[in-house]
Design a protein around this ligand. Sequence first.
Ligand code: F6R
Length: 234
Amino acid sequence: MKVIVAENASELGKQAFKLLAEAVAGGAKTLGLATGSSPVELYQEIVASDLDFTDMTSINLDEYVGLAPDNVQSYHYFMQEHLFKFKPFKASYVPDGLAKDVQAECDRYNQLIKDNPIDLQVLGIGQNGHIAFNEPGTPFDSVTHEVDLTESTIQANSRFFDSIDEVPKSAICMGISNIMTAKEILLIAKGKNKAKAVKDMLEGPITEAVPASVLQKHPHVTVVLDQDAASLLD
Ligand code: F6R
């Protein structure tokens, strides 16, 4: 895995943007996208750029079960506000959090990923090493599934909600094997609270106990860090 350490968050956004722009210039047609605080500076750079996605497809990693697309806490809404309203794609897919048949929605999503192979997947990493909502212990061969969120993830995400009781308890999320099918992966991490997970991902054993460690097996991963996230690296 290639590691880039940026001076600060704004520099990190620029570095990540450079990699994404290169992938687009190289003919990428489908982007895998993430929500959360990690890709915010990247999305700001994209919005300020002249990149045009109107001939491209995006596929998001995950969505909370039970939240409508217009719910301000939903990942649909996040993507709309941070990217899609400024830079529309030909088609943008986010799992349907209101699907009555969650398994059918997972099957539909797996097929979508097969039909639109992801050229570049943007990822963040959880403090416990999760990627998307694939928590420690998730099998590496998992595909899109409904996942019960761990207490630590509910705790971490509660900062975006009025109270912790409002944080949904499950999500629909791409599996680890879906993520590994992407041709290229760009993982972004900021802050001291990510330093241990980043170290385990890059320097620890490949184990389902640290979902992101699977990325050591991927041939084309770039990890963009700020200095705090890189602070425990050898
Ligand atoms: C978001 C996602 C999550 C986040 C991770 C880090 O779509 O799938 O895995 O990437 O929880 O979140 P932030 O970036 O908010 O620290």
